[in-house]
Design a binder for this molecule. Structure first.
Ligand code: FES
Ligand code: FES
Length: 151
């Protein structure tokens, strides 16, 4: 079945089953491999993208549920006001270790900052608790979000 979805400001037409996860479409159909597969069950956050600005697990988001929503992926997050600040802070704080979880971390963090420019520690904890990092970069993630929020 044909679907036209809007990713990073551009329309993309794809021909897949309606229950195909958005993550599969991004990675396997469109070749946008910045968004990662971790668990496939909404448990790890590696696949996080924004759908109309909201952090969304693309592994459980079917293509037929997306409609005309604006989808933003890690490939374009640096073009957003919050995303550019988060990416700079990630570099300044040298947040990543192996890096596998980090695109999802950045997508959740930038969604937080866009909706809440001055998050408390509790806000950060709530927003980031669904993003798992096996390398344990949590302390640097928290500091980077605080740096980005401080401007
Ligand atoms: S791959 Fe989607 S939450 Fe883990
Ligand atoms: S940096 Fe390795 S899993 Fe997070």
């Amino acid at each position: 079945m044909a679907f036209t979805i809007k990713i990073n400001g551009s329309a993309h037409s794809v021909d897949v089953d309606g229950d195909t996860p958005l993550l599969w479409v991004l990675r396997d159909v469109l070749g946008m491999t910045g968004t990662k597969f971790g668990c496939g069950m909404a448990l790890c956050g590696a696949c996080t993208v924004h759908v109309d600005g909201a952090p969304t697990r693309s592994c459980i988001t079917t293509i037929d549920s997306v409609g005309t929503s604006d989808i933003t992926t890690i490939e374009a997050i640096g073009a957003t006001a919050a995303g550019v600040r988060i990416q700079k802070a990630w570099l300044d704080r040298e947040v990543p270790q192996c890096g596998y979880c980090q695109s999802g971390q950045i997508m959740s963090a930038s969604a937080l900052l866009a909706s809440n420019p001055h998050p408390t520690d509790g806000d950060i904890e709530d927003a980031m608790s669904g993003n798992i990092c096996r390398c344990g970069t949590y302390a640097r993630i928290r500091e980077a979000i605080k740096q980005a929020a401080a401007g």
